[in-house]
Design a protein around this ligand. Structure first.
Ligand code: UD1
Ligand code: UDP
Length: 367
């Protein structure tokens, strides 16, 4: 099996890392294509270094632009690579514009597509990510889906013949790196934090940070909650959010400490030791659930409802009153929930399926 892997953003690098490692270990030939959607070193290079990934074979250098222009440039670039490499299968992960471009370029050339983290649905078509997920699932040949909920969504959309429940590779990554983070990361000392006595915040979703009233409501809610205990909020800030703060000339409440985006080990360390995480990130909802830290999601919908069902996460929305309520409800919660995203062997299952001597039959893969 000759594989092309297309990735472009921070979460894709992290969630593809276990798959890339598995390809290397099994000597499966692969070509790594980086679209260049993320290019700031702290969203990109730092993860290649820390996760010890090979440098991309092809870098498209697409960069930031409107959705149409960015996706079009990636589509053209990936197609060139596919003409050249003629792979058996193209792998994409998640729901970004890089995911969409990789899948569409391959599908148009009748090359098989494997979608890792298939089947997630927020049912909110205003999110650009929802459009990407739905389109990619419907043009993919292998839907590597994390949970039984996501399998059901795909079944309802008539895609039963290509579903493989593998778990999410984020569990593989968190398991592989959480202990290393505890051993090696010095981030708590550097930021002067005591375990269990600070909050972690991440917010970068376009629908939250691109509108001044929504962004300031979110920050006010988190700060009001933090003021109740007197603990700091650490906010490793995504460049999209930093750009909005600058453009809006937004005053960030005192309780919230902005820091540069962190590398994976430092971020995992903060996720593991925070009293509570506030987030609008997909990956952070999953990782806090895996690491045993209660989470408050600053959105009205989630495509990770499993985290709410098991009691690890609470959907608060953006109203400060609701954020404070959710914080009180989740603070001190015992992390006795079951992790719904698999056992940390998702990458292994994906490679088993892709390298099977005969076409695999769709269905649940036994543990
Ligand atoms: C993208 C994904 C989102 C994912 C997020 C992960 C889409 C539609 N969105 O959002 O689903 O959750 O990545 O972090 O694919 N910028 C930089 N440096 C960079 C990259 C971006 O400064 O390396 C700034 C630019 O001003 C850019 C803005 O961030 O315009 C947004 O970047 P973009 O890639 O369009 O979307 P993200 O918000 O990063
Ligand atoms: N992350 C990180 N450093 C940070 C913030 C996040 O390493 O400062 C990691 C986090 O552990 C998770 C991923 O980035 O694996 C989440 O990415 P992001 O929130 O950008 O995207 P989303 O998951 O919402 O698509």
């Amino acid at each position: 099996t000759n594989v092309v892997i297309v990735l472009g953003t921070r979460p894709e690098i992290i969630k593809f890392a276990p798959v890339i490692r598995e390809c290397i270990d099994r000597e499966v030939p692969f070509t790594l294509v980086h679209t260049g959607q993320h290019y700031s070193p702290d969203l990109d290079e730092v993860f290649f270094d820390q996760l010890e990934l090979p440098a991309p074979d092809v870098h498209l250098g697409v960069g930031s632009d409107s959705h149409g222009k960015q996706t079009a440039a990636m589509l053209e670039g990936v197609e060139e690579v596919l003409f050249d490499v003629e792979p058996d299968v193209v792998l994409v992960q998640g729901d970004t514009n890089s995911t969409l471009a990789g899948a569409l370029a391959a599908a148009k050339l009748n090359i098989e597509v494997g979608h890792i983290e298939a089947g997630l649905r927020s049912f909110d078509r205003e999110m650009p990510e929802e459009t990407n997920r739905v389109v990619v699932d419907h043009i993919a040949d292998y839907l590597f889906t994390p949970t039984s909920e996501t399998r059901e969504y795909l079944e309802r959309e008539g895609l039963s013949d290509r579903i493989f429940v593998t778990g999410n590779t984020v569990v593989d990554a968190a398991h592989q790196y959480a202990d290393v983070a505890a051993e090696k990361s010095t981030v708590l000392d550097e930021l002067g934090l005591e375990p269990g006595e600070f909050y972690l915040l991440t917010a970068h979703r376009a629908e939250n940070v691109d509108q001044l009233d929504r962004f300031s409501s979110l920050l006010d809610g988190v700060a009001q909650f933090a003021d109740e205990t007197g603990w700091d909020v650490v906010y490793p800030i995504h460049p999209r959010a930093q750009n909005r703060i600058d453009a809006f000339d937004l005053e960030v409440p005192d309780a919230i400490r902005l820091v540069e985006p962190l590398d994976f080990l430092d971020f995992l360390r903060l996720e593991s030791t925070a009293a509570l995480a506030f987030t609008d990130s997909g990956g952070v909802q999953e990782e806090t659930c895996i690491l045993g830290t209660p989470c408050v999601t600053l959105r009205y919908t989630t495509e990770r409802p499993e985290t709410v069902y098991v009691g690890a996460n609470c959907l608060a929305g953006l109203d400060p009153v609701d954020i404070v309520d959710a914080g009180r409800q989740m603070l001190g919660k015992r992390p006795d929930w079951d992790v719904p995203f698999g056992d940390g062997r998702a990458a292994e299952r994906i490679l088993d399926l892709l390298t099977a001597p005969t076409s695999p039959t769709a269905g649940t893969i036994p543990a």
